[in-house]
Design a protein around this ligand. Structure first.
Ligand SMILES: C[S@@+](CC[C@H](N)C(=O)[O-])C[C@H]1O[C@@H](n2cnc3c(N)ncnc32)[C@H](O)[C@@H]1O
Length: 233
């Protein structure tokens, strides 16, 4: 049996999107054909499998971290939208190097367990989930909040844009609630109009704010990341 096919079918991260898309059958067949071909030809997909990463997204965080040196041993971090756990794997390795750090990952979907990582299943907008995060950190503030959250795409670009921007705004609210002085926030965003207001909010609260598009983020994708460092509190 073809190993690649088996692994790709198991990959929750990539397979969960297509089932909810409301597009006609022919288009879906065409787009899923393109998707399969892209996966099979994508060096990051095969490299992720080789290195035991649960998602190709892991490389996005690795590349951002290589450039900005965000993750340090002993840090405490919240990962919003963590499933299937690629970013958690990268962070857990970096922050548990010399002394133990603390990580919480939250997702609507189940995430397989990882050593030294607390995983919560639920919506980041649910106060009960946020209360559990507070209990886990014993009311202490954290060094970083990261969000790779994406809403299920509808195929209608303005709608997708608004939904992802809303998730980004929710993530920023959580960052404001949890970050300690000089902490960082990294969040997925879409390039485009409504980001201006989000950028304003971040610029007022952090020393530096920039957009980052790691090589592992597909060029044709409108995905980008906003990185805010030096939280002013
Ligand atoms: C691109 S995936 C994250 C991939 C992850 N960074 C990794 O490396 O494996 C985005 C995730 O955001 C989650 N998500 C979207 N909206 C959410 C919400 N309101 N609360 C929690 N998770 C959410 C989705 O369920 C999905 O698993």
């Amino acid at each position: 049996m073809n190993k690649k096919k088996v692994n790709l079918q198991k990959n929750k991260f990539v397979s969960s999107r297509s089932s909810k898309q409301k597009i006609n059958k022919n288009k879906r067949t065409e787009s899923s054909r393109k998707w399969i071909s892209r996966q099979l030809n994508d060096p990051y997909v095969s490299e992720a499998q080789k290195r035991g990463f649960r998602s190709r997204s892991a490389f996005k965080l690795l590349q951002i971290n290589e450039k900005f040196n965000l993750l340090k041993s002993g840090m405490s971090i919240i990962d919003l939208g963590c499933a299937p756990g690629g970013w958690l794997q990268v962070m857990s390795e970096e922050i548990n190097k010399n002394s133990k750090g603390k990580i919480v990952g939250i997702d609507l979907l189940e995430t397989d367990a990882l050593p030294d990582v607390k995983i919560l299943v639920g919506d980041i907008n649910d106060q009960e989930i946020i209360d559990q995060v507070k209990i886990f950190f014993k009311g202490q503030k954290v060094n970083g909040v990261v969000s790779d959250m994406a809403a299920d795409t509808t195929g209608h670009k303005p709608t997708d844009h608004i939904r992802t921007t809303m998730l980004l705004e929710n993530a920023i609210e959580i960052a404001f609630d949890f970050l300690k002085k000089d902490g960082f926030f990294l969040g997925k965003c879409f390039k485009g109009g409504t980001e201006a207001s989000v950028l304003n909010t971040l610029n007022n609260s952090f020393k530096t704010v920039k957009h980052v598009k790691p090589d592992a983020s597909r060029k044709e994708s409108v995905e980008s990341y906003v990185l805010a460092m030096g939280f002013k509190q």
